[in-house]
Design a protein around this ligand. Sequence first.
Ligand SMILES: Nc1nc2c(ncn2[C@@H]2O[C@H](COP(=O)(O)OP(=O)(O)O)[C@@H](O)[C@H]2O)c(=O)[nH]1
Ligand SMILES: [Mg+2]
Ligand SMILES: [Zn+2]
Length: 285
Amino acid sequence: MEGKIVKLTGGFYYVYSDGKVYETRARGNFRHKDTKPVVGDIVEFKYEEDKLGYIEKVYPRTNILIRPSVANVDQVLIVIPIKDPKYNLNLVDRMIIAYENKVDIFIVINKYDLDESEAKKLMYLYKNAGFETFMVSNKDEKSLESLREHVEGKTTALSGVSAAGKSTIASYILGREVLVGGISEKTRRGKHTTRHVELLFGENDTYLFDTPGFSSMDLSIDSDRLQEQFREFKNFRSNCRFNNCNHINEPHCAVKEAVESGEVEETRYKNYVSIFNDLKEKGKY
Ligand SMILES: Nc1nc2c(ncn2[C@@H]2O[C@H](COP(=O)(O)OP(=O)(O)O)[C@@H](O)[C@H]2O)c(=O)[nH]1
Ligand SMILES: [Mg+2]
Ligand SMILES: [Zn+2]
């Protein structure tokens, strides 16, 4: 049978096929990490009444992300909370690096009700960097409505730290409370955390990956290629004196000049330098 993996928890893959969800395991032939099935995969599986199913094959993917670990995604919403918890732009830029050139990226500044002027600052920062950026709050239905239009008919992954508001946004877009393990997140004791990646079905071919948050992001990318993941550098790179310029200490660097003139956001450039040095130090890539 053919189906789509909609949830992975405790080593079990839940596969949706023809109106039903089947509990399955992955066969031993998926030993290598990069061939292991992930949520969003289209798979071939075997199932017999009253028995555990088995995934036998993963169909080719249009793309795959590492954090969150999902496949066949049209776009990612990076959800940045303005407060509670306060945003970390180094982590945000690491997320962008991980997704850039793989999927469309939207930046969502969330909880703007908690500090509107700060939220506006962030919104302009990412707009200037070349991203489609939204400023939303669950206290402002209209703001979420404009976001809904951008996810309708698409498969979208929600990414961001824990408590950024991903599940809240998912609930609004889907028009129902997002459930975790069969019970409402809201009635769970303790924190409202999403513990696993889950593909949620909406109307009109809308799919959302709700994901747990993460607080760090290791990148496996060559430091010399990092600049390719900063879209706003593209307009300037070709004007650097050296065509292998990394825009760090080289003379006559057009990217650094663009930072001076304000055409490239200083925050983005600083994170670029810090992540570049970090990758260089690790040196293993
Ligand atoms: N003030 C405010 N709180 C929000 C907003 N969106 C979500 N929250 C709260 O932030 C907390 C975490 O939200 P949740 O959706 O579970 O975050 P997730 O971990 O990213 O899924 C919850 O207590 C929400 O009620 C918002 O726009 N404004
Ligand atoms: Mg959640
Ligand atoms: Zn340069």
